[in-house]
Design a protein around this ligand. Structure first.
Ligand code: 13P
Ligand code: SF4
Length: 396
C-alpha cells in the first residue's frame, strides 16, 4: 500500500545555477546545473538501441552507474557504484567492447582493469567529472615536491579516490599508495596508516575528512587542507608535519550542495524521517545524518527499510528519483531544495548510446578510452592494492 509519492524538487529559479556553495569558478569547469532534464528519448531511438545491442550480442557489455538517466539504465547489463563497475569491467574478459555509461575516470579505470584486446567506449567524451578536474597531475606532483622538501614524503602515503585521473592513480601507485572508493575508504585509510604516519588524500576533501574523523576516530584538527592554487598549498612545513591527513581542496559539485540546515528542515517537515547521505557530502551534513554510505549502500539501505518508513536522501537526483519509484511503500524525498543532477553524468543520453552501439555494429569504434601503458601499469598497481584490501575484493 503506497504511503506517499515522490515530489520533484522545485526547479532552480536561475536558468543555469553554478554548482556548489562556496564554488570555485576557476576549478569547476563546464559544470552547470540545469533546472530540468532534457526530454526523454523517442520510441524509435529505443528500438534502434535494442536492435544494435541484440546484433552485437555477447561482444558488447554495457555498464551503467547509478547516476545515469533511466533511458540509459534500461540498457545496462550491470548497474553499480564506481567500485562495483570497476569489478564488473574486470570480470568480463569475453566482451570485446565495454560501453561505459558513466564518466571519464570510470572508463579509464575500466580500460586499466580489462585485457588488451578489450576496448572501452565512453558514449560522450564530454562526460567528465568536476571533482576529478580539481586535481591535475602537475598540481599533484608540485604538492609532492612540497611534502618532499618538508622531509615528509617517506612517511606520507598517497590515497586517491577513484574519482581522479589515471595519471593521479599512477602517481599514487608509484609512491606506495592506493586507490579507494566511497565504499572502502575506511579500509584504504586504515591500510595507509599501517604503511606510514600521514596520508595525502586526493581529491575529495569531504570523503577524506569524513572517513578520517568518523571512521578512524581522528580529530578534525588532525586534518589540514592543501589548496593547489596557493603557494605551498597554503600550508607551512610545521602544519604539514603535524597533520595526519593532508586533504586536497576538491569536492563534488553535486554532493557539495547539501547543507546542514536542509537536514534540520527535513526533520521539522517529516516526522521520524531517516536521513541518508553519501560521504562526498560535507562533514557538517554527514554529522547530522542517520546513515552514510556509497550509492550501493544507499540502495541496499532503502531496499531493507521498513514499509511505511520515511527517508530523505542526499545524493544525485536520478538515483533518488529511481529509488522513490522502485520503493512506493516508503516515503522518499530529496535533500536539496532545488533540482540538481550531475550534469556530466547526464551527458550520456540515449542518442549518444545509440551512436556508440550503431558504430560498433557497423565495425567502427568511436570514443575509445585508451590509457597510456606506463600510466596504466602504475595506476593498476594502486587499483590492485585497493582490490587486495581485506574484505574489499570479495564484495559483490
Ligand atoms: P560511488 O559510485 O562510489 O558511490 O561515488 C559516487 C560518485 O560521485 C560517482 O561519481
Ligand atoms: Fe563527479 Fe560528483 Fe558527478 Fe560523481 S556526482 S561524477 S563526483 S561531479
Amino acid at each position: 500500500m503506497p504511503v506517499s509519492t515522490f515530489t520533484e524538487p522545485e526547479p532552480t529559479p536561475l536558468a543555469l545555477l553554478l554548482l556548489g556553495h562556496g564554488a570555485e569558478p576557476d576549478t569547476e569547469k563546464g559544470v552547470e546545473c540545469p533546472g530540468e532534464m532534457p526530454p526523454s528519448s523517442d520510441a524509435e531511438l529505443v528500438a534502434a538501441v535494442r536492435r544494435h545491442k541484440t546484433e552485437l550480442g555477447d561482444r558488447v557489455f554495457i555498464l551503467g552507474h547509478h547516476y545515469q538517466r533511466d533511458e540509459v539504465i534500461q540498457f545496462a547489463d550491470v548497474t553499480g557504484d564506481s567500485f562495483k563497475l570497476a569489478q564488473q569491467a574486470a570480470a568480463r574478459p569475453e566482451a570485446e567492447f565495454i560501453v561505459f555509461c558513466g564518466v571519464h575516470f570510470m572508463a579509464e579505470s575500466a580500460d586499466i582493469l580489462t585485457a588488451d584486446h578489450q576496448r572501452v567506449i565512453l558514449p560522450d567524451l564530454a562526460a567528465g567529472c568536476s571533482m576529478a578536474d580539481m586535481a591535475d597531475i602537475a598540481q599533484v606532483e608540485e604538492a609532492w615536491r612540497v611534502i618532499t622538501d618538508a622531509g615528509l614524503a617517506d612517511a606520507t602515503i598517497p590515497i586517491t579516490y577513484m574519482n581522479s585521473t589515471a595519471a593521479i592513480k599512477a602517481f599514487t601507485g608509484r609512491n606506495g599508495g592506493a586507490v579507494c572508493t566511497s565504499s572502502n575508504a575506511q579500509q584504504s585509510l586504515t591500510w595507509a596508516f599501517e604503511q606510514g604516519e600521514r596520508v595525502l588524500f586526493l581529491p575529495d576533501q569531504h570523503l577524506g575528512r569524513n572517513t578520517a574523523v568518523r571512521d578512524l576516530g581522528l580529530d578534525l584538527a588532525d586534518c589540514v587542507v592543501y589548496d593547489p592554487h596557493r603557494p605551498g598549498g597554503g600550508l607551512t612545513a610545521d602544519q604539514l608535519r603535524d597533520a595526519k591527513v593532508v586533504l586536497w581542496r576538491g569536492h563534488c559539485s553535486v554532493h557539495g550542495r547539501f547543507q546542514p540546515d536542509e537536514v534540520d528542515e527535513a526533520r521539522r517537515r517529516i516526522p521520524d524521517v531517516n536521513v541518508l547521505v553519501h560521504p562526498e557530502c560535507r562533514y557538517e551534513v554527514v554529522e547530522k545524518a542517520d546513515y552514510v554510505g556509497s550509492t550501493e549502500y544507499i540502495i541496499k539501505t532503502i531496499a531493507a527499510a521498513e514499509p511505511g518508513s520515511a527517508w530523505v536522501i542526499g545524493t544525485e537526483l536520478n538515483l533518488v528519483r529511481r529509488l522513490a519509484l522502485e520503493n512506493p511503500d516508503k516515503s522518499i524525498s530529496f535533500l536539496d531544495r532545488s533540482v540538481c543532477f550531475c550534469s556530466t553524468m547526464n551527458r550520456i543520453d540515449l542518442p549518444h548510446l545509440n551512436r556508440s552501439l550503431e558504430r560498433l555494429a557497423q565495425g567502427s569504434v568511436e570514443n575509445q578510452i585508451v590509457v597510456d601503458p606506463d600510466v596504466a601499469h602504475w595506476a593498476r598497481v594502486a587499483l590492485d592494492r585497493m582490490l587486495a584490501l581485506p574484505g574489499v575484493g570479495a564484495r559483490d
